[in-house]
Design a protein around this ligand. Structure first.
Ligand code: SF4
Ligand code: SF4
Ligand code: SF4
Length: 216
């Protein structure tokens, strides 16, 4: 593989890490273009301008965006979580390619808008349908080099967790499991029910505490 060319192509990609190109991130798409396995018009976030830049780099004619891969967003978009609905299941954290969501298990989750690339990958896994993309013109898009770094460090962390899991299945993988894809639908369902139950109990306890005490 031509590593230098891959780096040059990757430098022109927007680093949204949305997978709309059909690859698991910008770098794999760059590798595929460099190897002649993918066309230059598969990246909706890069749009026509990105295609022009890739065509210039490769010395080939540009072509229209292949809309089978999607269309560019109109304006800056970022994810927003309705925190009144969130049950803290962490599925969105597991899905976010750039670590733009914070929150621990069974606690409310929040998107760091300045780090969100608007990739939409967190929306489908949310069992409560409480994540949506909103217009975020006031928040600048994360710099591509920052999004790339966060994506790389996340990938390294997941690789390390997978290695640990294989080497020592009984190891303290629980510390890292927050970042691993959930394994089965049953486990996901159990986690959702448990989180919802915990949340309901916590809300009820809070309501009880706020009730005026009964007078004798
Ligand atoms: S921004 Fe999305 S579509 Fe474009 S190269 Fe990166 S992962 Fe692929
Ligand atoms: S918060 Fe959601 S939309 Fe934003 S980068 Fe993460 S997965 Fe993508
Ligand atoms: S996936 Fe939805 S319910 Fe689960 S933590 Fe994220 S926002 Fe909350």
């Amino acid at each position: 593989m031509n590593q230098h060319l891959t780096e040059q192509i990757d430098a022109l990609l927007p680093q949204t890490q949305c997978r709309k190109c059909g690859f698991s991130g910008c770098k794999p798409y760059a590798e595929a273009i460099a190897a002649g396995r993918a066309d230059i018009n598969q990246c909706p976030p890069g749009g026509q301008e990105g295609i022009q830049q890739l065509a210039r780099l490769l010395g080939i004619p540009p072509k229209p965006l292949n809309i089978a891969h999607g269309v560019p967003n109109t304006g800056r978009m970022a994810a927003l979580i309705d925190e009144t609905m969130c049950i803290g299941c962490t599925f969105c954290v597991q899905a976010c390619p750039v670590d733009a969501i914070v929150g621990a298990a069974k606690q409310l989750h929040t998107v760091i808008a300045a780090e969100c690339t608007g990739c939409e990958l967190c929306i489908a896994p949310c069992p409560m349908d409480c994540i949506r993309l909103v217009s975020a013109d006031a928040v600048p898009m994360p710099a591509p080099q920052d999004a790339r770094l966060r994506h790389r460090s996340r990938s390294q962390r997941l690789d390390q967790a997978e290695r640990l899991k294989k080497e020592q299945p009984e190891n303290t993988v629980s510390a890292l499991v927050h970042d691993l894809p959930s394994t089965t639908a049953t486990e996901r369902k159990k986690a959702i029910v448990q989180a919802a139950l915990d949340r309901a109990l916590a809300l009820r306890a809070q309501t009880d505490n706020n009730q005026p005490s009964m007078q004798p």
